[in-house]
Design a protein around this ligand. Structure first.
Ligand code: ATP
Ligand code: MG
Length: 525
């Protein structure tokens, strides 16, 4: 049973979108929320479901925990994947741990059949018709047979026959004990419901009770005429004739590790289906490497004729390359699917496994790109001949640099509202990591505030670590180059620190940014 008591909501700007709504929804009841467009149906549904907890009043769930389903008004599922695969991942995330794969597969088949989508199983979700996509969105939540099921306009975009089928399905669910709350604009949907909540303009509850009583109350013969009556009177005239906190308990506990493994697989799957992302992931390292090869001359590190200015720039741009790839890989990861995450959070998705699954898939890609960058630059003699040990050190530094940037990218991606904002953030994140790193301008000659700021630049630690491993101090100090000693002097003891310290700092940045990402996501979802 769900008790809604004195619930009110305010939109941004303080406008009231819901006023003092109280109603009780019995266990296993099918309840429709109707009212004009903008009356506050979605707002009420979200307040009851806990998607957006109410500003005033409270909603309480009695009768214990159970799976919980929420189908939003917009169909929010990944568009790139085939329907059956979408449902398989959804089943993995929602069905209890230890569910045998055959059983999960049977659940998938059953919902496909129930929603008349069997023939569409192999089709990309993005290529389904509007009504099919709506049903696909419902199918995702039906997999677990939720105990409480919220649907925002499940029948919109469906033809009358399919809509009636869907309502019969929901009626059946309710008869089997699931509490179903939905919003609708289709009068015929209301007939099969146990109760109807009528919202007048401004989010006032004009009526709550059985559909027959609603017709009597409004003195109309059909539900559709209620809309006309609502338009005649002032909203407050309907109010106050009828008469409670949002804690939907998460669904069956899927272990954190299992969630992580499943999400990692899904990320890989999505990645491989998105051509644009793939092109960016593979194309940008190749282009950047080509630029490096064209820009730098071979032999900058040769002890006979070292060219200190070039060595500083090579070190810096390698570090920046690692940073840039990590950042770009991370930036578009979360902001592109935040609505999906929000929806899955309602069914028990944990932010920790989600964020780590992102990192797990991108880590090998970054490792490959970083290794490629070092390998190609060495092969072209832009980097000096040195032992495997040195190159292993360089690789670790660079990978940690990429990881810190990846984590920063994820953090920003979780904080922005859309991909356009994430794209705008990219230069703003890159600029300081160029200016305050101590390559363009050595740290010892920076103004004091700039020097302080340089500590916060993950790139600085990578740049200095790379320089230490390559022994640039010894190289410049060899004295055969007239530029050597004075340049070295301006860098002070920049490259003196043991590289393990740089690693620790970079790992610290990574951990902090990842933790920040989890916090931001937990707050926003
Ligand atoms: N985040 C928001 N910021 C500002 N106003 C909002 C916000 N969310 C909803 N509103 C306003 O609150 C009112 C109720 O919105 P709601 O989405 O609940 O309407 P609805 O009854 O579901 O309408 P529809 O039938 O068109 O889906 C609308 O006037 C809407 O503009
Ligand atoms: Mg709505």
């Amino acid at each position: 049973m769900i008790e809604v008591r004195g619930v009110g909501q305010r939109a941004g700007g303080g406008r009231r979108t819901l006023r003092d709504v109280s109603l009780t929804i019995g266990s296993g009841e099918l309840v429709a929320i109707i009212g004009g467009s903008g009356a506050g149906k979605t707002t009420l549904l979200d307040a009851i479901a806990g998607v957006r907890p109410p500003a005033e009043g409270e909603v309480s769930f009695n009768g214990g925990a159970g799976a919980f389903g929420y189908v939003p008004q917009d169909d929010i599922v990944h568009l790139e994947m085939p329907l059956r695969r979408t449902l398989r991942y959804a089943a993995g995330l929602r069905l209890p741990a230890g569910t045998p794969p055959e059983l999960a597969e049977r659940a998938v088949d059953a919902v496909l059949k129930a929603l008349a989508l069997t023939g569409r199983a192999g089709q990309r979700v993005g290529s389904l018709s509007g009504g099919e996509r709506k049903r696909a969105s419902i199918a995702v939540e039906l997999l677990t047979r939720p105990r409480v099921f919220f649907l925002d306009e499940p029948t919109s975009g469906l033809d009358p026959a399919t809509a009636a089928d869907l309502m019969r399905l929901l009626r059946g669910l309710a008869d089997a004990g699931t509490t179903v709350v939905l919003t609708t604009h289709h009068p015929p949907d209301v007939a099969v419901c146990d109760r109807v909540a009528v919202l007048a303009r401004d989010g006032r509850l004009a009526f709550y009770g059985a559909p027959d009583e609603a017709r009597e109350e409004f003195r109309v013969t059909g539900i559709e005429d209620i809309y006309l009556r609502l338009a005649e009177a002032e909203p407050h005239e309907w109010e106050g004739r009828f008469g409670a906190g949002p804690v939907p308990v998460a669904g069956p506990g899927v272990g954190a590790f299992r969630q992580w493994a499943l999400l990692a697989r899904r990320n890989l799957d999505l990645l491989s289906r998105n051509r644009l992302t793939l092109a960016v992931l593979a194309g940008s390292p190749v282009m950047v490497l080509a630029m490096f090869a064209v820009l730098f001359r071979p032999g900058a590190f040769s002890p006979e004729s070292p060219s200190p200015g070039a060595t500083v720039m090579i070190l810096f741009w390698i570090a920046f390359g690692g940073f840039f790839f990590g950042l770009t890989y991370g930036l578009l990861q979360i902001c592109t699917e935040l609505p999906v995450v929000r929806r899955e959070r309602l069914t028990g998705l944990r932010v920790g496994p989600y964020v780590l699954a992102k990192a797990a898939v991108l880590l090998p890609l970054l490792a490959g790109v970083d290794a490629l960058m070092l390998g190609v630059l060495r092969a072209l003699d832009r980097l000096p001949a040195m032992g495997w040990g040195t190159y292993a050190e360089l690789f670790v530094t660079l990978l940690l640099c990429s990881l810190a940037a990846l984590a920063l990218g994820l953090l920003v991606s979780a904080a922005v509202t859309d991909p356009a904002q994430a794209t705008m953030a990219l230069p703003m994140l890159c600029f300081p990591q160029v200016l305050f790193v101590g390559a363009i301008l050595p740290v010892p000659v920076m103004a004091a505030p700039g020097r302080w700021l340089s500590y916060a630049m993950s790139n600085r630690w990578a740049f200095e670590g790379l320089g230490h491993s390559l022994g640039v101090e010894r190289l410049w100090g060899s004295g055969r180059s007239p530029l050597g000693p004075p340049l070295l002097a301006s860098y002070g003891d920049t490259f003196a620190r043991a590289v393990a310290v740089d690693w620790a700092v970079l790992a610290g940045f990574t951990a902090a940014f990842l933790a920040g990402t989890c916090l931001v996501l937990a707050r926003r979802t």
